[in-house]
Write a protein that binds this ligand. Structure first.
Ligand SMILES: [Zn+2]
Length: 434
């Protein structure tokens, strides 16, 4: 479908422009921007080694046909017409999955969050998001779980559709639309008169209605803010009651959608885990008892270390140790969660910092003590499992051909994931060093 459409567009251009300047210069430039269509012939990928989402396999090869992986292993018997792509010195691995993004936001040191929500038009925010989506894909992240437009309505629905239709390059999107907050709890704050909020306000029986409306509008995942600071300068406090979260989770799960809950305080995390939510975001004030509960209930944690790190830098931290207290607390609670056996997602809250630098979270997870292999799994097979995405996250026959290659061996040097050389999405080569 997509291939036919591109062919038709190019034929139209050729007919109109004929032997003009455009034929010689603009069309090749346009072709360079578009994903190369999956070739009719199968593709045999020949890296030095394959990380399958769990383990490293030296000498493995991967055969792709159409949009799917069809074979993996050493010395594959590829069809005679297979196109061979040699990835010398590189490791092929699953396309990475960003667990917590906001494609409709850009770094807060460029424009404060309040001003993005209140002063930027939706058209402007979407135009930026188009460039964010491309940067994310080129960085090797072929899926994002995008957790709320933060005041940009349901713009993520259209962004996702434009990517799926092949109009713009970008990752596969799992979207939350507007997200839901308890009335009065969120931001921006304004004492003079009411101002638009960064998420939809609902509580009591209206909370369940909001969950259902957002799912009907396109939400793949329901995002609740389980705690927040009621006034600037305060610490966070729980917002939704235990019964409210439980009702929201029941409505979302009935619709086959997961629930993600923003929660920093131990009490909001405890309520969320007891209510059966799928993933808790941030968790920076979690204690041993909370993490033990999450491990028992198999509630995943998305630690967003990179967001705290970025905000500390915006406040003047130069990255030297000792780190500011907030950064140290994030590390310490992450270590507590690891020790308790909590399922760990890889998601950094990218948007707080620059899109395309998603791997910052992976490096911080490793720096805080998670082994490199576990970090790689969290960003691939782990996130796929925690988000219920059975068709991706591993290099295995039958799965989507979302694949990336990095130089060297990322188990030995994790920073390789910041230097992605090759990206394939659904069998289309969208980035290649050659
Ligand atoms: Zn977020």
């Amino acid at each position: 479908m997509r291939r036919a459409k591109h062919d038709r567009e190019l034929r139209c251009s050729a007919a109109v422009q004929d032997d003009s300047y455009a034929m010689r210069h603009l069309i090749p430039a346009l072709l360079a921007l578009l994903p190369l269509p999956a070739s009719a012939a199968p593709v045999l990928l020949l890296p030095d080694r394959v990380f399958d989402g769990e383990m490293m396999h030296p000498g493995w090869q991967v055969l792709v046909d159409g949009s799917r992986i069809v074979a993996v292993g050493a010395n594959l018997a590829a069809p005679a017409d297979a196109r061979r792509i040699t990835l010398a010195g590189q490791t092929l691995m699953p396309g990475m999955i960003e667990g917590h993004s906001h494609l409709l936001l850009h770094p807060y040191n460029e424009v404060p969050w309040d001003d993005q929500v209140l002063k930027q038009s939706e058209a402007y925010r979407v135009a930026r998001a188009v460039t964010h989506a491309r940067a994310t894909l080129m960085a090797g992240f072929t899926t994002v779980r995008d957790l709320g437009t933060e005041g940009a309505g349901t713009a993520d629905v259209g962004l996702k559709r434009a990517i799926n239709d092949g109009i713009i390059p970008g990752p596969r999107m799992i979207i939350a639309t507007r997200a839901i907050v308890a009335p009065g709890s969120y931001a921006p704050k304004n004492d003079a008169h009411p101002v638009p909020q960064g998420a939809e306000e609902a509580d009591g029986p209206n909370l369940v209605s909001a969950v259902r409306r957002q799912i009907g509008a396109g939400a793949d995942v329901v995002k609740l803010y389980g705690d927040y600071r009621w006034r600037p300068g305060e610490g966070s406090r729980p917002t939704f009651s235990q019964a409210e979260i439980a009702a929201a989770v029941a409505a979302a799960h009935d619709a086959g959608r997961q629930v993600a809950v923003h929660a920093s305080t131990a009490e909001a995390m405890r309520r969320a885990s007891l209510a059966g939510v799928d993933v808790i975001e941030h968790g920076s004030e979690g204690d041993a008892a909370t993490f033990a509960l999450m491990a028992k209930n198999r509630t995943a944690l998305c630690p967003t270390l990179a967001a705290g790190d970025a905000i500390a830098r915006y406040r003047g931290w130069n990255g030297q140790e000792p780190a500011p207290a907030d950064v140290q607390q994030d590390r310490a609670t992450f270590q507590l969660a690891l020790k308790a056996g909590v399922p760990i997602c890889m998601g950094g809250d990218v948007g707080v910092y620059t899109h395309g630098t998603n791997a910052r979270e992976m490096l911080l997870m490793a720096q805080a003590g998670m082994p490199n292999g576990a970090v790689l799994t969290a960003a691939t097979a782990g996130n796929a499992r925690h988000f219920g995405l059975a068709d991706r996250g591993r290099v295995a026959p039958g799965l989507l051909a979302d694949l990336v290659a990095v130089p060297g061996d990322p188990l030995a040097d994790l920073s390789a994931v910041t230097r992605v050389q090759f990206v394939m999405k659904g069998g289309d080569v969208v980035k290649s060093a050659r």
